[in-house]
Design a protein around this ligand. Structure first.
Ligand SMILES: *[C@@H]1O[C@H](CO)[C@@H](O)[C@H](O)[C@H]1NC(C)=O
Ligand SMILES: *[C@@H]1O[C@H](CO)[C@@H](O)[C@H](O)[C@H]1NC(C)=O
Ligand SMILES: *[C@@H]1O[C@H](CO)[C@@H](O)[C@H](O)[C@H]1NC(C)=O
Ligand SMILES: *[C@@H]1O[C@H](CO)[C@@H](O)[C@H](O)[C@H]1NC(C)=O
Length: 233
C-alpha cells in the first residue's frame, strides 16, 4: 500500500474506461505499442537509467516512469518516484526501480510483464530502520489494459492502467524503435526461493513489505537524501 503522489492524484480525475476488453482498432490504438514511452517531462528513460552490472542508477533530474516494448518480446521499465505517507508526512519514501524481461499482450487487453530476474530497486525510507538499500526486484506485473491516443502536441500517447484500474501517468513516445539496455540477462542473480505468496505481486515497487535481509544490499549513498531534500524545498 502506498500513495502515488500528487501527479497520480491529479490523473485520477481523468475519466477512464476500466475493466473492459480492449479493441485493437484505430480509434484507440493509433500506433503499435512498440517503442519507448516516458511520462511527464520525459527525463526517465529506459536504456540509460540503470547500470545492472554494478547495481547503480543514473539519477534523472525529475521523477517519472518509462516503459519500452521491443518487437522481440522484451520490455524494460524504469521508475523514479517519491511516495508520500499521509499519516507520517515527514516519511517520504524514494524509489528507483528497474527491470526488464518478456511481455505478453493478452487477448483480454491486459499486459503481463515477466521480469528476467536481474531487476533491482533502491529504496530510501528515512523513517525505517534501514533507511537506504538496494534489493532484487523480480515481481511479475499485471496491467489491466492500455490504449494509445494521438496527442495533438506530443504525438502518440500511451495510457496504461494498473491491475486495480488506477492509471499510470500518461506516457509519450520518445523513441521508436525503443531505447533499451541489451535484451539479455545483465547480471547474475541467485534465484530466490519462491514462497508462492505473490504470483502476481503487481506494481509493488516501493511497497513497504520488502523481503528478507539476505536480499538486501546495504547502500552508502547520499544522493537519495539530496533528492528528498530538494523535493521538500
Ligand atoms: C505510513 O506510515 C505508517 C506508520 O509507519 C505505516 O503503518 C503505513 O503503512 C504507511 N503508509 C504507507 C502508504 O506507506
Ligand atoms: C557503474 O557502471 C556505470 C557504467 O559502466 C558507470 O558509468 C558508473 O560510474 C558505475 N557506477 C559506480 C557507482 O560504480
Ligand atoms: C486478463 O486475463 C488475465 C489472465 O487470465 C487476468 O489475470 C486479468 O485479470 C485479465 N484482465 C482483465 C482486465 O480482466
Ligand atoms: C524470477 O521470477 C521467476 C518467476 O516469475 C522465477 O522463475 C525466477 O527464478 C526468478 N528469478 C530470480 C533470480 O529469482
Amino acid at each position: 500500500m502506498f500513495l502515488y503522489g500528487l501527479l497520480t492524484i491529479a490523473l485520477a480525475a481523468i475519466p477512464s474506461v476500466l475493466s473492459q476488453a480492449i479493441e485493437y482498432n484505430a480509434a484507440h490504438n493509433v500506433t503499435p505499442i512498440i517503442g519507448t514511452w516516458s511520462s511527464g517531462s520525459k527525463q526517465v528513460v529506459t536504456g540509460k537509467f540503470a547500470n545492472p552490472s554494478n547495481l547503480s542508477f543514473n539519477y534523472p533530474p525529475t521523477t517519472g516512469v518509462c516503459f519500452s516494448f521491443a518487437d522481440n518480446g522484451w520490455y524494460e521499465v524504469a521508475r523514479y518516484r517519491f511516495n508520500s505517507n499521509g499519516s507520517q508526512p515527514q516519511c517520504i519514501t524514494g524509489v528507483l526501480n528497474w527491470h526488464h524481461g518478456q511481455y505478453q499482450l493478452l487477448d483480454n487487453g491486459s499486459i503481463v510483464l515477466i521480469p528476467n530476474g536481474d531487476g533491482y530497486q533502491q529504496i530510501q525510507d528515512p523513517c525505517a530502520a534501514e533507511s537506504n538499500f538496494i534489493e532484487n526486484y523480480n515481481d511479475t506485473e499485471l496491467y489491466s489494459h492500455w490504449q494509445i491516443f494521438m496527442d495533438q502536441n506530443d504525438g502518440p500517447k500511451l495510457h496504461i492502467f494498473n491491475f486495480d484500474g488506477s492509471p499510470v501517468s500518461p506516457l509519450f513516445q520518445i523513441y521508436n524503435p525503443p531505447n533499451m539496455l541489451p535484451t539479455t540477462q545483465l547480471r547474475n542473480v541467485t534465484p530466490s526461493i519462491d514462497t508462492g505468496s505473490s504470483l502476481l505481486a503487481m506494481n509493488n515497487a516501493g511497497a513497504r513489505s520488502w523481503s528478507s535481509p539476505a536480499d538486501v544490499m546495504a547502500l552508502l549513498s547520499g544522493v537519495f537524501a539530496i533528492g528528498v531534500a530538494s523535493l521538500l524545498l
